[in-house]
Design a protein around this ligand. Structure first.
Ligand code: ZN
Length: 176
């Protein structure tokens, strides 16, 4: 197990819809482990399996403990995550993506969402998220549908590679 390379936006697989996972297997557990390592090595807050070239509906999310956010410190791996409720109320925020280095953009997202899925043990999960966690979940679930933040952004601008983080920090974000 090791961090894997993250695919960039020009890779066609990132535009595919990922497949559902029937049940967690040892292979899925190994995939999730690699995803944690890959996301942490890249200092991201979220990663979808398709970003390492595996088009399966698996995401990992980790909101840093030092963020001023009610969900700070939340860490979760979800299989077959699905948005079952999205607030009509949206807010704009700055996002970047590990697959789109050097770019950030302003993206409107629902303020509150309800997501259901399965945890790595196969137990059904249903969770309500607000604010930043809601944003990250929407971003990652978009990846499972072949959608990138640049598709939804109202404005996109380039930043020096490695400076996405500072740019997003201003909007209380990190790379996802
Ligand atoms: Zn992303």
């Amino acid at each position: 197990m090791a961090p894997r390379s993250i695919l960039l936006a020009d890779q066609p697989v990132l535009r595919q819809k990922s497949r559902r996972v029937p049940r967690p297997t040892p292979e899925i557990h190994a995939l999730i482990q690699d995803m944690w390592e890959t996301m942490r090595a890249a200092r991201g807050v979220g990663l979808a399996a398709v970003q390492i070239g595996i088009p399966l509906r698996v995401i990992v999310v980790e909101i840093p403990e030092d963020m001023e956010d009610p969900h700070a410190g939340t860490s979760l791996a979800l299989i077959n995550p699905e948005l079952i409720r999205m607030s009509h109320e949206t807010e704009e925020g700055v996002e970047g993506c590990l697959s789109v280095p050097g770019w950030v953009g302003t993206v409107p997202r629902s303020i509150e969402v309800v997501v259901k899925g399965m945890d790595p043990k196969g137990k059904p999960v249903r969770l309500k998220a607000r604010g930043y966690l809601a944003r990250v979940l929407q971003h990652e679930i978009d990846h499972t549908e072949g959608v990138l933040f640049i598709d939804r952004a109202t404005e996109v601008w380039s930043v020096e590679e490695g400076e996405e983080e500072q740019e997003e920090a201003r909007a209380a974000g990190k790379k996802v």
